[in-house]
Design a binder for this molecule. Structure first.
Ligand code: FEO
Length: 406
């Protein structure tokens, strides 16, 4: 008899992890997932057997195999869909066809969004914040988390075991054999990358949600997100990082990012970087030819300055810089001092275009941008150095004034 290679992993007395590990995903709607990801789903073995979330459609068989390692999937009574995005609900209709659940629970917006994905009758039942659902011997409670990060997003709390199923919150794209926080040493970059690329635009809501969860005083023993590992040892660490990231408080770290046509803008970036260093800033230089947009925004999460450069190409900016600025605008960053620079041959629009883009994000540059006609000479490189040094001083002053005001 063939042995199934997939097994469920026990999380608590009644809960099993039955998700999937995606070792090979490298792009998540524009976010580079260099470490792969996981799609976590959870099985609650209560009187009413309940599946919390499913997985990306291509991993449906892995999900069903893991469930089968502890129970016949047809014994599942309920499915709870915390989030309608296809990495968690992509195989919902196919799984429902196998399982034939009595009901599928989702937030009101979740019901609407799942209907718009599947266009079939899935016996969806809307639930609201504060509502409880009896699973017979156990109880779950729902907490809507609208726009964290879709309108349908919600948390589900297993009251009896103190397990909060947090959908995308507190997750990260990180494939691996570890399922729990105490089994992983190096995770902070991936958690920050997840926050910067997915949750940053909703930072105000993150703070409110953390406050709300604190006020509810739920005895939370486990945070079970839909990506990455499960928090069972140090739950406070990730929550305090979320509070810090949500503030976007400026630091003296400056990101210099650019693309260069023939190396002149790159020379300017080096001179600016040396000026920043002389001014005492912490620096990260990221050439967009080799640095992915999603890594640049990750570095920006705990920065205080952003300096953007591009050569002029066809009266505009280089495509990689345009790509980065478009991506950044959607993430609505705050509390960054900015500056633009770039080389040109005759018309020289790139610096103005970058300034326009940054101003459109509410990040108007602190000084006039620096331009170089073709290859920068010593005067231009000196101006770049001085601009970097001045920028570092301005940033430090801003931070100090902020500290005095606090
Ligand atoms: Fe992991 Fe918003 O989906």
């Amino acid at each position: 008899m063939a042995k199934d290679i997939f097994s469920a992993i026990k999380v608590s007395d009644h809960v099993w992890w039955v998700g999937a590990v995606d070792w090979n995903i490298r792009d998540f709607h524009g976010y580079s997932t260099d470490q792969g990801s996981t799609y976590n789903a959870y099985l609650i073995l209560a009187d009413k057997v309940t599946l919390v979330d499913t997985v990306k459609a291509s991993f449906k068989d892995e999900l069903l195999a893991r469930i089968s390692s502890v129970i016949d999937p047809r014994k599942i009574d309920y499915i709870i869909s915390n989030h309608a995005e296809p990495d968690h609900a992509g195989c919902l209709a196919e799984v429902a066809a196998v399982v034939q659940p009595e009901k599928i629970f989702a937030s009101k917006m979740g019901v609407k969004n799942l209907k718009a994905h599947f266009h079939q009758d899935l016996n969806l039942v809307p639930v609201a914040s504060g509502e409880e659902l009896s699973l017979g011997n156990l109880t779950v409670q729902f907490l809507e988390t609208r726009m964290l990060h879709w309108p349908d997003s919600m948390f589900t709390y297993l009251v009896d075991e103190g397990i909060l199923f947090t959908s995308d919150a507190f997750g990260m794209h990180l494939a691996g054999s570890a399922r729990f926080d105490d089994e992983v040493d190096h995770w902070e970059y991936e958690a920050a990358k997840y926050y910067a690329n997915i949750l940053l635009p909703y930072s105000g809501l993150v703070t409110k949600l953390l406050d709300q969860v604190d006020q509810m005083a739920l005895p939370i023993k486990v945070l079970a997100p839909d990506h990455g590992f499960i928090w069972r040892e140090d739950l406070q660490r990730i929550q305090s990082l979320y509070r810090r990231w949500a503030k976007q408080a400026p630091t003296n770290k400056v990101i210099v990012t650019y693309d260069s046509m023939w190396g002149s803008t790159a020379k300017m970036a080096t001179a600016i970087m040396e000026g920043l260093r002389a001014g005492g800033a912490v620096i990260k230089v990221m050439d967009l030819k080799v640095s992915h947009r999603s890594d640049v925004v990750t570095e920006l999460l705990e920065a205080g300055g952003l300096i953007v450069g591009s050569s002029t190409l066809n009266n505009g900016i280089l495509p990689r810089v345009a790509d980065f600025l478009t991506y950044l605008r959607g993430l609505r960053p705050k509390n960054l001092l900015t500056l633009a620079f770039g080389s040109y041959g005759w018309s020289g629009e790139s610096v103005g275009k970058i300034e326009e883009e940054l101003s459109g994000m509410g990040l108007a540059p602190v000084d006039e941008g620096i331009k170089s006609l073709f290859v920068p000479d010593q005067d231009v490189l000196g101006a770049c150095f001085d601009a970097g040094k001045g920028f570092a001083a301005r940033l430090q002053q801003t931070i100090n004034e902020g500290e005095e005001l606090a």
